[in-house]
Design a protein around this ligand. Structure first.
Ligand code: ZN
Length: 177
């Protein structure tokens, strides 16, 4: 069984948001288009308290229950069976979806007999990469769908470096047809 896992497609990570991936809005149609190709569609969201220590490093973003933390209207969020909230504590960064606190993602995937995890979303260098590396460590066959993923690219080349790191760890980098 294979699952599409949509990482952090939230208003604050899109152009106009608090911590935008410059091409973030360009991946949403592709994510919508491929959802039906999977047995299960899941997502994570950054869901920070307003006083998170995470905001010592980053501009405040995805504060829980705000518009910035919501799914963008363009995303077909009705097809997401479950979302996993992370970064929910004020001392926790929660880059990886496996650090979600609302449910144990690994446990959930095993119960649903998911062996293959296809990642898409935001952002390549941080939450997508952390989730992909955790997925590999936990034994999932792990793919990142590059044309449905976007980076922050704080420094030029950051996204490429992240792909290289994932590739070395055994993550398959693919594009949809
Ligand atoms: Zn965050």
């Amino acid at each position: 069984m294979k699952a599409l896992f949509i990482v952090d497609v939230q208003n604050d990570f899109l152009p106009g948001g608090a911590l935008p991936a410059p091409r973030g809005n360009q991946i949403i149609n592709e994510i919508n288009r491929i959802m039906d190709q999977f047995d299960l569609v899941l997502a994570s969201r950054d869901w920070h308290p307003g006083d998170s220590k995470h905001f010592e490093r980053w501009p405040p973003h995805c504060v829980r229950n705000t518009l910035g933390a919501a799914y963008p209207d363009e995303l077909d969020a009705g097809k997401i069976e479950k979302d996993f909230l992370k970064g929910t504590g004020n001392m926790d960064d929660g880059y990886s979806a496996f650090e979600a606190t609302t449910d144990d993602l690994d446990d959930y995937l095993r119960k649903r007999n998911i062996k293959e995890l296809y990642l898409a979303g935001l952002t390549t260098e941080y939450c997508v990469k952390s989730t992909a590396l955790d997925a590999i460590r936990k034994g999932y066959k792990t793919y990142v769908i590059a044309n449905a993923t976007a980076g922050v690219e704080a420094q030029p080349g950051d996204e490429q470096k992240a792909y290289h790191e994932m590739d070395i760890a055994g993550v398959k980098i693919i594009n949809t047809l």
